[in-house]
Design a protein around this ligand. Structure first.
Ligand SMILES: Nc1ncnc2c1ncn2[C@@H]1O[C@H](COP(=O)(O)OP(=O)(O)OP(=O)(O)O)[C@@H](O)[C@H]1O
Length: 346
């Protein structure tokens, strides 16, 4: 057992497909950066990590590549993930004093991943400088971060909609009773917008423009307003830049299938729930976490489709990081139950 008392610098990391957050006890979330690394291809050196690297996506000269080392919630590029983690761990430690030891680190992983994928996260964390690397299943961490009564003999349901994965879980007595992880979330929404604009307007837009459309005028179900937004892209017929105006109704149409894949995952998990727990969830409601929870009207659509109350957690983007950090305090309570595993430096 290890604790977080005194000058501990132990940390919880939400190693996400879109964003990485680092939570330090007593300080809260101290790092919140996009999971992006930019390299110089000629020298192999790192040009930027996080926000600075994200700003380079789609805008890099020939000798610089900006890439996202995580895909669908798992490591797509091991070395780059370790480099990125090291950078964020050092950033989190920047203003700390009087420390001699390396941190114990808890990292979240999607609930559906293989043992090999999980081990890669632990190894990358140790390579990044952790003294021990523990992993916790993401929906469990999200539930702790959303202050759900995970230790009590009552059913809590959490839906964590991130960049790469949506994690749905029903939790009771410190363990996941039933869960579902689908590789459909915010990135898929952006991609659906890109494909829609390409098909309807023969216009090629970038990831950042698609995400902006989602933030500004995107919604689940039929939008309430009649907003529209001007976007710029490359006309596939002429090859030249072109500006068009696109409406909230069109973005709603583009997002329809992705939203309903998430709804189906929620329904499927509810169907597998023991009846007593389903009754508890009916009383307390389904809690949405992750950045995708901020999509307008997603709570209403899920509520309509499941006939259950649905709430968006406070600070949905931070829940997993907070829960991951807090889990370090309670390792003894649920090491065997919530799929926590750990690895140490040799
Ligand atoms: N206001 C918003 N409306 C819609 N989507 C949003 C909003 N804010 C953030 N998002 C989306 O949330 C996603 C990122 O969420 P989050 O940071 O929880 O994911 P992650 O932890 O990096 O991913 P994963 O859990 O899949 O590894 C992105 O797809 C982003 O576009």
């Amino acid at each position: 057992m290890f604790g977080l008392g005194g000058f501990s610098r132990d940390m919880g990391i939400d190693l996400g497909t879109a964003n990485t957050l680092v939570y330090v006890k007593g300080k809260g979330v101290v790092v919140r950066e996009p999971s992006v690394v930019a390299f110089r291809t000629d020298t192999g050196t790192i040009e930027a990590v996080g926000n600075d690297a994200k700003n380079m996506i789609g805008r890099t000269p020939g000798n610089i590549v900006a890439l996202r080392p995580m895909k669908d919630g798992v490591i797509a590029d091991f070395e780059t993930t370790a480099i990125m983690l090291k950078h964020f761990i050092q950033q989190a430690q920047k203003n700390q004093t009087a420390f001699s030891r390396k941190p114990h680190v808890m990292v979240c992983v999607p609930s559906g991943i293989t043992a090999v994928e999980k081990r890669a996260v632990e190894d990358a964390t140790v390579q990044a400088g952790a003294r021990t690397a523990n992993t916790i299943e993401e929906p469990f961490a999200a539930a702790i971060g959303a202050n759900l009564p995970v230790w009590e003999p009552t059913g809590s349901m959490v839906v964590d909609i991130g960049g790469g994965t949506t994690e749905v879980a029903i939790i009771s007595l410190g363990g996941i009773v039933t869960s579902q992880s689908v590789r459909v979330a915010g990135d898929e929404m952006d991609d659906a917008i890109i494909q829609y604009v390409k098909k309807k307007y023969s216009l090629l837009i970038g990831e950042r423009t698609a995400e902006q459309l989602k933030f500004e005028i995107g919604s689940a179900g039929m939008p309430e307003g009649i907003e529209d937004m001007e976007i710029r892209g490359r006309d596939l017929l002429t090859g030249l830049p072109k500006t068009i105006s696109i409406s909230a109704v069109e973005i709603g149409e583009a997002l329809h299938d992705t939203v309903y894949e998430i709804v189906d995952a929620v329904k499927y998990t509810l169907e597998k729930s023991p009846p007593e727990l389903a009754a508890d969830i009916m009383d307390r409601g389904i809690v949405l976490t992750g950045g995708g929870a901020l999509l307008r009207n997603l709570d209403k659509v899920i509520s309509n489709e499941t006939k259950m109350p649905v709430l968006v957690a406070e600070n949905p983007l931070d829940c997993v990081a907070i829960g991951t950090g807090k889990a370090l305090d309670n390792l003894h309570l649920f090491r065997s139950k919530a799929g926590i595993t750990s690895r140490s430096r040799k």
